[in-house]
Design a binder for this molecule. Structure first.
Ligand SMILES: CC(C)(COP(=O)(O)OP(=O)(O)OC[C@H]1O[C@@H](n2cnc3c(N)ncnc32)[C@H](O)[C@@H]1OP(=O)(O)O)[C@@H](O)C(=O)NCCC(=O)NCCS
Length: 300
């Protein structure tokens, strides 16, 4: 019998042996410095992390609610969640937090009214797809193979990355001016592209940049699941070359190389990003879940 109900969208990993009860007891027994565990009696707890990055770029003191766990078998989970959110909000007042962010499993949408009562608004909805090494067969599209970018390529790839996020949560949040959102993704793109542990491949034709893809290893569940997990951070095609069927070749080349270092590749995109959704479906990636992203702004 499960001990906890988890709001984590990664519950799709249960079928690979990920046990959220183990994760919950890990949070309760060993405290990592960056994690703030907020309990509601012994019935529920939330794990929050302060986002120094968001503070720097968005100018708002931001905490991400990384996890919410509620004990199973209790008569009224909605009341328990409300009591827990009272405690989370009291913490936010104490810390002068201005923005709380939350990613929950779409299967938990019956709780949306509770989050809304506390001021959370849905900023985006994502579909999660999964590529399993050895299980998903990738067609060979005979495309130009990707290669690692050189220093002289970075200006072009950062410029392209910066303009590839119009569907993303920071642009969707009406409390964030567009200029701030531009800066957010510009800095994020710069940081992810600089990170040597990420797999970055660029695709060119006659010396013109067609597009690129970046994948990152996800070590947050290391030790909890056999095998290595990674996620596709971004695949993008230059707007001049979009709609010409290039993306399947880029994506299949990228996956075939990324699977040399990870066993499962998570791919997320907004429900209404049709070119991306069609791309992932056409490659045969399995839709394994959905994520609702919520933001809660508090007055300073
Ligand atoms: C997603 C993206 C990489 C697709 O690249 P692309 O080379 O333009 O895509 P393709 O021409 O190969 O088309 C892919 C599919 O989307 C469809 N499509 C393309 N443009 C579309 C549009 N504007 N509206 C609806 N469908 C569209 C195509 O018909 C094709 O579907 P099909 O296989 O059923 O025919 C590109 O749109 C992009 O760079 N977007 C910005 C970055 C982004 O959102 N990345 C994904 C999230 S990480």
């Amino acid at each position: 019998m499960k001990k906890f109900e988890s709001f984590n969208y990664k519950t799709y990993l249960n079928k690979f042996g990920l046990n959220f009860d183990k994760i919950a007891s890990g949070y309760l027994t060993s405290h990592k410095r960056e994690n703030v565990v907020i309990p509601s009696g012994d019935k529920a707890f939330a794990v929050l992390v302060r986002k120094a990055w968001d503070k720097r770029i968005l100018g708002a003191e931001t905490y991400s609610i990384e996890e919410i766990f509620i004990k199973t078998g209790l008569p009224n989970h909605k009341e328990v969640l409300s009591d827990l959110l009272d405690n989370v909000m009291a913490f936010a007042v104490k810390k002068k937090a201005e923005l709380l962010t939350l990613r929950v499993n779409e299967n938990k949408s019956e709780y949306a009214d509770i989050f809304e009562r506390y001021g959370f608004i849905t900023v985006d909805r994502l579909k999660t797809f999964l590529y399993e090494k050895g299980k998903n067969k990738i067609r060979n599209y005979h495309t130009t193979a990707g290669f690692a970018p050189k220093g002289s390529d970075y200006k072009d790839i950062v410029a392209l990355a910066r303009n590839s996020f119009k569907h993303s949560r920071i642009y969707r949040d009406k409390n964030i001016p567009k200029k701030r959102a531009d800066k957010f993704y510009e800095k994020l793109a710069g940081a992810l592209l600089k990170d040597g542990s990420n797999l970055k491949l660029i695709y060119k034709r006659e010396n013109q940049l067609l597009g690129f893809a970046v994948g990152a290893k996800d070590d947050s569940l290391k030790g909890f699941i056999p095998g290595k997990i990674g996620f596709l951070w971004l695949i993008t095609v230059d707007p001049k070359f979009r709609g010409q069927g290039l993306s399947a070749g880029i994506m299949s080349d990228f996956l075939s190389k990324f699977q040399d270092v990870v066993d499962l590749i998570e791919v997320n995109t907004q429900n209404d990003n049709m070119p991306a959704v069609k791309l992932y479906e056409s490659l045969g990636l399995a839709k394994v879940g959905g994520i609702i992203t919520m933001h809660c702004w508090r007055k300073k």
